[in-house]
Design a protein around this ligand. Structure first.
Ligand code: F6R
Length: 606
């Protein structure tokens, strides 16, 4: 969702800002803009559409070594040039970019209009520029502090002032913002991807924190003007990780990275001696781990579906009751928080507002939350009481793949650690460890079968609607498979537990509605095959994702086979073909796979 960049230094700011915005494209946006301060004041250029449309509109000779830029995801007001950021004060002296939502914008707009201010956009963000410009404070820092004191909501803001053209003042409350430290130059960004070409030295701002950024350094401070001592940390991100490396799409690249990225994630975390997992980041000793009587998983979208599978793994291995709930629902229903429940927040971006709010709500009521998060230093990762970093590397494609696989493995590690202090035997722990070690190579085997999965994807691309079914462990797989399909093909896809077919959805089944059935080689195999027969009996077309030993008898189905692992880990492998099915269907349809319409990579507003 919305992205921010800022630059101050000796180089021309415009190309740096535009290139930085290009790196943030993956977050999702519908318009973009920059403001650069030169000798003749602020030059503001904004465009609806892609960053390359903006780049084409920026005159080559745009001079000025300080500026801010923004990619906008429309919330208040349509995606138009007038609503695109930066927003300026009436005289253009102050320019502001803002991520987040100002809850009291309507009242503030009304007040400004009454005072004679002509509002140039429909956005909530514009009020900031006017409030800052109208502040009685004499310094830019003071004016920003003063303006934000009148605002309720979430924000990351970056502000420049034509009359103090040596500094960018930034503030963070609920939306990500980092500073990049260079050699006599400084950067501002909503994520490290925008900085990767320039510096790996970053400072993460905390909620409620402000900073003044000049070419020679930065100063961070709180709302009551107290300095906060912040030391830069190093981000582990390379330019290569953000490039396609010969793949047509990032989604394809990320699917194929999974064997190597999982090897990396597992390194040092498997404890053969105690048949357990080494998870120091959880910051829980064995006694504390043993004390949990229940596990509650919270995440959104696909992260929630993996959480559902993860809860089943935890119940299976630790015999501790576990369930998952969408964080977006949980935060609104005044949930009972139990001291002996381990709460687990799961998120790729670590910035999902709904998940972050759920974490805060639990902590406020005394609950203990650990995070399964990919982005190091992200808001959820920092807010949680401990956690497991997923180490999937940057995920650029909006449709998540490798990060979800890493989440599933993260849950398996957590289940193993919990299991070994509850009910799980050494032998079973060793069995799971062997399964985990086999996973990377087995994923490689699935990927080697890409051509046959691509055939199935191409065939399914033309269906107007699809049904995905699975039972118990296979149900979250079906949900995720349907989710991936609908996100990037724009086809209607629905997931149902196979056991529920007769209770409703069977009415839909016929030649018009192809079904993808998850049929693992486990204790439910015969039941799943029976459900597949019910589909065929109604002339429904069938694709089955299954294991080598499964005899489908006289079922006429397109068969996709994945290697068998341990039952608790099988869902991880069964999901890989679903990623490729969706990818190849969307490719057949010629869709913009990495940037599906209406979706953003990190959903920083509710
Ligand atoms: C699906 C997808 C979304 C995310 C969800 C949570 O492909 O990407 O459903 O899983 O928005 O995002 P994170 O994991 O960043 O909290």
């Amino acid at each position: 969702m919305c992205g921010i960049v800022g630059y101050v230094g000796a180089q021309p700011a415009a190309p740096i800002l535009v290139a930085g915005l290009g790196r943030l494209e993956y977050r999702g946006y519908d318009s973009a803009g920059i403001a650069v301060i030169g000798s003749r004041g602020a030059k503001v250029i904004r465009r609806v559409g892609r960053v390359h449309d903006l780049a084409a509109a920026v005159p080559e000779r745009t001079s000025g070594g300080i500026g801010i830029g923004h990619t906008r995801w429309a919330t208040h007001g349509a995606p138009t040039e007038a609503n695109a950021h930066p927003h300026g004060s009436q005289d253009g002296r102050i320019q502001v970019v803002h991520n987040g939502i100002i809850d009291n914008a309507a009242i503030l707009r009304e007040r400004l209009a009454k005072d004679g201010v002509v509002l140039a956009s429909d956005t909530d963000s514009e009020v900031l520029a006017h409030l800052i410009a109208r502040s009685a404070e004499t310094s830019l820092e003071g004016a920003v502090l003063d303006a934000l004191a009148h605002v309720t909501g979430t924000y990351a803001v970056a502000v420049v002032d034509v009359s103090t053209p040596d500094r960018i003042v930034v503030a963070r409350n609920g939306s990500p913002l980092i500073l990049g430290v260079g050699e006599r130059e400084m950067f501002v960004a909503s994520d490290a991807a925008a900085l990767v070409r320039h510096t790996s030295s970053v400072v993460h701002l905390d909620d409620g924190e402000f900073a003044t950024v000049t070419a020679t350094g930065f100063r961070t401070f709180t709302g009551d003007r107290q300095d906060t001592a912040k030391t830069p940390t190093t981000v582990d991100l390379t330019v290569e990780e953000l490039e396609l490396a010969g793949h047509e799409h990032f989604m394809h690249k990320e699917i194929h990275e999974q064997p190597a990225s999982l090897e990396r994630m597992l390194r040092g975390r498997l404890d053969d001696r105690f048949a357990s997992a080494r998870l120091d980041g959880l910051r829980l000793d064995l006694r504390e781990l043993r004390g949990f009587r229940r596990v509650k998983v919270l995440g959104c979208g696909s992260a929630y579906y993996v959480g559902q599978a993860g809860a089943l793994t935890i119940e299976a291995l630790a015999r501790v009751p576990a369930d998952a709930e969408p964080a977006s629902e949980f935060r609104y229903r005044n949930p009972v928080i139990e001291p002996d429940t381990l709460y687990v927040a799961v998120s790729q971006s670590g910035e999902t507002a709904d998940t972050l709010f759920a974490v805060r709500e639990i902590q406020r009521k005394g609950g203990r939350v650990v995070g399964l998060v990919n982005v190091v230093g992200s808001a959820i990762a920092r807010r949680c009481d401990g956690g497991i970093y997923l180490h999937a590397g940057p995920e650029i494609s909006v449709a998540s793949t490798k990060a979800l696989t890493h989440m599933a493995v993260g849950f398996a590690l957590l289940a193993l650690a919990l299991g070994r202090v509850h009910d799980l035997s050494h032998a079973d722990g060793t069995r799971i460890l062997a399964g985990l070690k086999a996973l990377p190579a087995q994923i490689g085997e699935v990927l080697a079968d890409e051509q046959s999965i691509a055939d199935a994807g191409r065939r399914l691309a033309h269906a107007r609607s699809l049904l995905f079914i699975g039972r118990v462990r296979g149900y979250p797989v079906a949900r995720e498979a349907a989710q991936k399909f609908k996100e990037i093909t724009y086809r209607h896809a629905e997931a149902y537990p196979s056991s529920e077919l007769k209770h409703g959805p069977l009415a839909l089944v016929g030649p018009e509605l192809p079904t993808v059935a998850i049929v693992p080689d486990d204790e439910l195999r015969e039941r799943n095959i029976a459900a597949a027969h019910e589909i065929l009996a109604r002339r429904g077309e069938l694709t089955v994702i299954t294991h080598p030993g499964v005899d489908l008898g006289d079922l006429t189905a397109h068969r996709i086979t994945v290697p068998k692992n341990e039952p608790e880990l099988d869902p991880i492998l069964l999901t890989i073909p679903a990623q490729l099915l969706a990818y190849h269907a969307a490719r057949t349809l010629g869709e913009d796979i990495d940037r599906p319409r209406n979706l953003a990579k990190s959903v920083t507003v509710e």
